[in-house]
Design a protein around this ligand. Structure first.
Ligand SMILES: [Ca+2]
Ligand SMILES: [Ca+2]
Ligand SMILES: [Ca+2]
Length: 221
């Protein structure tokens, strides 16, 4: 860098910095879904895609995460809801499903590296499967069994699903859906954490534009 043209280099730096800020996704991760802010029994739907839950709650944070129609929120009965649970990691709402194959989570355009969550399974265990396609399709990237956690951890003051286990799963590739499964109405999930969100395609274009601007300014200087 010559002393005669510091301002141009500074301009290039600021241009790229500004484009970088513009290009930054709402959250690159890790992000945590705590299911707070929805109503008792409400379908989660697009709440974590900057949209609304099935009863109109929201908009929630724009993580590009959507849930299947059978993925519901339960609020602890001790906090005014109908949930028979206690000691949930983030009070007082959790995710569950009353029918269907499980809590289905879609992530557009995807996430990488790892997934972690808390679950409570009083009597019947479950599983987590990570998929390359939406709605549990494509290649299965990872699977994790979720053993029964029991009912001996005490209420808050009440709640049968009171023992929560923290589990994590690592995988390679880009995941676009996860099925949090088990027997319907027999397993609850909370604080689902996604390690790293894939930026939206538009973000790459912006980043590319920023790099092109930097190269052009460097050549000129
Ligand atoms: Ca409770
Ligand atoms: Ca509670
Ligand atoms: Ca929660």
């Amino acid at each position: 860098m010559s002393e005669r043209k510091p301002s141009l280099s500074l301009l290039a730096f600021l241009s790229v910095a500004a484009l970088g800020l513009l290009a930054a996704p709402a959250a690159a991760g890790p992000i945590v879904l705590d299911f707070e802010g929805l109503l008792s029994g409400e379908p989660i739907l697009d709440f974590y895609d900057g949209g609304l839950g099935g009863f109109g709650s929201g908009p929630g944070p724009d993580y590009n995460v959507q849930f299947g129609a059978q993925s519901l929120v339960s609020i602890d009965a001790d906090a005014g809801g109908a949930g028979n649970f206690a000691n949930e990691p983030s009070p007082s709402s959790v995710a569950f499903f009353a029918q269907g194959p499980g809590v289905i989570m879609n992530v557009l355009p995807g996430f990488t590296t790892a997934l972690s969550l808390y679950y409570a399974a009083a009597n019947v265990g479950g599983s987590v499967t990570v998929w390359s396609g939406l709605d549990g399709t494509g290649i299965q990237l990872a699977a994790l069994n979720l053993p029964v956690t029991g009912t001996t951890c005490g209420g808050d003051p009440a709640g049968l699903f009171n023992c929560w286990a923290h589990v994590a799963v690592n995988f390679s590739g880009i995941a676009r859906s996860v099925n949090f499964s088990g027997s319907a109405d027999q397993i609850a999930f909370d604080d689902i954490s996604l390690e790293k969100l894939v930026p939206e395609p538009g973000t790459f274009a912006l980043l590319g534009g920023g790099l092109a601007a930097l190269l052009w300014l460097r050549r000129r200087s």
